[in-house]
Design a protein around this ligand. Structure first.
Ligand SMILES: *Cc1c(COP(=O)(O)O)cnc(C)c1O
Length: 408
């Protein structure tokens, strides 16, 4: 059998691209100075950090001093939400609005704030996985400190109307934060035009290295310290800068945000070919999320009578890296909170598959994915007693069949 390898888990992480690595190289080797040192080697590193900040700011229509480098998306989310809650909580604003299907970096921060006495509204996202500006507007109260809503969902790829959501927040004079980790490189983002007050971003989803990201904070929005120590990041986050990672991040952001429409068209065409191929080839399946308003490279499907983990293992044996909606790694067999937030029964959510494709995927790779998924799903079902029950119409199973295409 020909050895194939297709990486279809780009929403989990990506490789470091050649162009990013090339930009990082000098700062991993010869230009190793500390940006705070005053001799030339240090000044060079310092200039590289500030240059990266300017380049990143330019891409998003921000000012360089509004960009704070962090150790990734989770840190940026934690910082934005916790610091704002604590700062405004002291003034009696102890309410936060978010959605039920945020990334855990946001959800678990909100859970911790609840433990500390804050109140959090988790907006439902409906069967398609989206929130409306009206829902946000209705949820805002006198004591709301912050609205935090993701730009694009990492599991089902739906894109939120962020500009309109920001507008209703501002009408009610409430700060708006968005986790834009999955949106960068997919949706053109101008923080001024969209009215975003704070925005989190991570490098490793767009071909920079792991452990680097940034938090954008609009001028005039107070930002309490995250780490005490040296004067790095305008005194807000101490610690010698990760110069190579920061330089690589700038390049990754520029690359990701260049020619978005052309890149998207190519990827979307392959995405739709995969979706249609799978929908044609297997029964009792559903596409999760919106058919149209979704990230170019995102495919998320649930197969009735299939265990997500078995599917992943068998795809791996066939050279395909993908992910599933179930949190098997955490030792629990709970399906993903995102899929449950769409209102899917556990049995449907359990057999889920997320493929996140990106360059350099080809149409041929797409066809191989379709062929392999169909083969593997049939195989798993042929061994599944649960699938037998479903096919035989065992009472109770009709409640699951409502959510999927007819059995083939
Ligand atoms: C990956 C991801 C994060 C976390 O970013 P890290 O850099 O891995 O901490 C946060 N939010 C979303 C939507 C993500 O996809």
């Amino acid at each position: 059998m020909a050895e194939r390898f297709i990486y279809a888990d780009n929403s989990a992480t990506t490789n470091i691209s050649e162009s990013v690595l090339q930009e990082m190289m000098p700062y991993l080797t010869s230009s190793y100075g500390n940006p705070s040192s005053i001799y030339r080697l240090g000044r060079e590193a310092g200039a590289a950090v500030e240059n990266a900040r300017e380049r990143i700011a330019a891409v998003f229509g921000a000012k360089p001093k509004e960009i704070y480098f962090t150790a990734g998306g989770s840190e940026a989310d934690n910082w934005a939400i916790s610091s704002t809650a604590h700062r405004l909580g002291e003034k009696g604003k102890k309410h936060i609005v978010t959605t039920a299907f945020e990334h855990h970096a946001v959800l678990h921060t909100c859970k911790e704030l609840e433990r500390q006495g804050f109140e959090v509204t988790y907006l439902p996202v409906g069967e398609e996985g989206r929130v409306t500006p009206q829902q946000v507007s209705d949820a805002i109260r006198e004591d709301t400190a912050l609205v935090t809503i993701m730009f694009a969902n990492n599991e089902i790829g739906t894109i939120m109307p962020i500009g309109d959501i920001a507008r209703v927040c501002h009408e009610k004079k409430v700060l708006f934060h968005t986790d834009a980790v999955q949106a960068v490189g997919n949706v053109p983002i101008n923080v001024d035009e969209l009215g975003i007050d704070m925005m989190s971003m991570s490098g490793h989803k767009i071909h920079a290295q792991k452990g680097i990201g940034f938090l954008y904070v609009r001028t005039g929005v107070a930002l309490p310290n995250l780490i005490f120590g040296g004067a790095q990041e305008r005194n807000r986050r101490a610690g010698t800068e990760n110069v190579p990672a920061i330089v690589g991040l700038a390049r990754a952001v520029e690359d990701a945000c260049a020619d978005i429409p052309a890149k998207q068209q190519r990827i979307m065409k392959i995405r739709d070919r995969i979706i249609d191929g799978i929908l044609d080839g297997v029964g009792a399946v559903r596409l999760n999320g919106s058919r149209t308003d979704r990230l170019a490279g995102n495919i998320n499907m649930s197969f009735l009578g299939v265990e997500g983990e078995s599917l992943l293992l068998m795809l791996d044996l066939n050279g395909i890296c993908a992910s599933s909606g179930s949190a098997c790694t955490s030792g629990s067999l709970d399906p993903s909170h995102v899929l449950l937030s769409l209102g899917l029964p556990h049995e449907v959510a359990h057999g889920s598959l997320r493929l996140s494709i990106a360059d350099p995927i080809t149409e041929e790779d797409g066809d191989y994915i379709v062929e392999t998924v169909i083969k593997v799903v049939d195989r798993i079902r042929s061994m599944s007693p649960l699938w037998e029950d479903i096919k035989n119409g065992k009472p109770g199973t009709e409640n699951w069949l409502k959510y999927v295409s007819p059995i083939k």
